[in-house]
Design a protein. Sequence first.
Lengths: 201, 201
Amino acid sequence: MILYSMPSSGNSYKVRLLLALLGHDKVPRSDVEYDSAALATAHREGRLPFGKAPVLMLEDGTALPESNAILCFLGEGTPFVPQDPVARAKMLSWMFWEQNQHEGVIAVRAALRNYAHRKPGATPERMSDLLTRGHALLQIMEDQLAQRDWLVGDSATLADLCLFAYTHSAGTLGGFDMDRFPAIRAWCARITTLPGYAALS
Amino acid sequence: MILYSMPSSGNSYKVRLLLALLGHDKVPRSDVEYDSAALATAHREGRLPFGKAPVLMLEDGTALPESNAILCFLGEGTPFVPQDPVARAKMLSWMFWEQNQHEGVIAVRAALRNYAHRKPGATPERMSDLLTRGHALLQIMEDQLAQRDWLVGDSATLADLCLFAYTHSAGTLGGFDMDRFPAIRAWCARITTLPGYAALS
């Protein structure tokens, strides 16, 4: 297997984090640059089927895109995927919500603040709207984590790992007010104590 | 089980379509209105955990949100979910891509054109940008479907059903030029011939 990974991307980090937690951090990595011409070439050549990273290239030549699909593939049969059908479904609910709602606000605001050269359009109105929407999304996580240590069940699942990727830097990179969310901050700290944990680097 | 479903929403339609194909169209439905006050109340009362439809309320009282997570829950063990791990992962790649990329462009442009009262912001620049991006996304599907009848494997999977929901109306509702995409049009026609198929209504 080879992981095509973008160093600064939370979506790529998710996969690197799961590999580290599984003790599979020897999977070779190929760093992908955030450069639209390079991405288009990689897409055309079949390395990045949807034109973005991460992609896990499997031994049979399959190029598997989408961070959360890669997590499901690598996580199946490990303690990070519950066996119970309802718990599995709840885990997937958080994962689809992460891609449909959370990433488009939390990660996008961070990108607009920190990578304006490659992500233009940070008008004051847009930044303010993203701040309000982001706080509402983080409140949904806070409400859940105020009642329990992990998003689903009694131990860390793929739902926690995928949401950690952009949430742990939502204050520093995204400018969200994390003082409002003590349960999220405690959950982030909890994740860093998992055996094998690797920080974004 | 009860399905909380929004009649005009493609995300809700996906679930109704799968239930019809599985012959489970007797699952009771409760229609959810697109009204922000009603959605906020339902969210507060625990019926819509992420504040949106669809939600499948299970017999044990679990409220399961996110259309694609509901598809996975209902589809497990049926012919719509492949057994092979790589095929399952590819199916999930398309499903996460649908929520992360496709829906935010294809469905959003349709909503801006048809439901301006509840989705403002249809500036000419935005509509033009969504058109360009939508055609690029549809081209990714076209490239795949020009080579094969179904997105993954040799028969319809959840990937086809979830992408059908907003793609089949991308021309009529979204204003996308579907004449460019003959393979997508053939695939849409193929889906309507599946036993039990139910149109959006």
